[in-house]
Design a protein around this ligand. Sequence first.
Ligand code: PEP
Length: 300
Amino acid sequence: MYKKLICYDDILSTLKTGKRVIYIDNSTIITPEAKEAISRFKIELRRRIMRKPIIAGNWKMHKTLKEAEELANGIRDSAGNLQDREIVLCPPFTALLTVKNAVSSSNIKVGAQDMFWEDEGAYTGEVSGKMLMDIGCEYVIIGHSERRKYFGENDQTVNKKVKKALDTGLTPIVCVGETLEEREKGITMSVVRKQVLDGLKEIEKEKAKNIVIAYEPVWAIGTGKTATPEQAQEVHAYIRKLLGEIWDNEIAENIRILYGGSIKPENIKDLMKEPDIDGGLVGGASLKADSFLKIIFYDE
Ligand code: PEP
């Protein structure tokens, strides 16, 4: 559990869940009654590492130029000056430049939904990282489950793209996550383990800190079913442990891990309370300024 104000009732709720850990940060206030209960019930206070949250909107194959501009303007007008969180808009390739121009005088960043691993050449239909950088993109989503499902992407293509994105100066948002069948078989962790280890293979430590991971259970994407905060936290903590094994704990503590899968204004707040959830990759609810803004301002 993570809260800014911890009172006696919070201790009781923590005990009910069977957990004995409470996360705190520098601004956490603990009431005297809660302090007494913490020592009586031997609850561990663990310091939450503060990573800058990212709220990214994946617009998928939606929005004409006019619609994209309107949506970007609406988000910029209300959230363009935020500094304590990063807002990333990922429109389709055709609208990238329009959206970039719309948000250019704000803090909002722009990301693509995919890229190829070569700079240029005879690769009909592809777009390179170099081209994305050229129009001011800073992020790129890689290995989204829809690309894995419909366009034959796998951990090897993901690995090539992640390496190229990092070499080009883009921040990759690397998507991993299990299908419903895999979750029901109880193999979620081994599926995610393989995706993380193979997708992030042979990346030097100095570049690794620029990676962002999105845990997106496939059964939660576009279905209206969200993982519970506990389900998501369990996988996020596991991914962070894996990152520590690949590189080291310092890198693992600094890499941001986003949750994705039917995020809505109603569920983002509880997800963001979990210590290893550092933001969200939002599909459907990012297509309207109103709902995306409610997600961006999840803590108000
Ligand atoms: C996504 O596209 O990455 C996604 C999580 O979609 P949705 O929020 O619609 O489930």
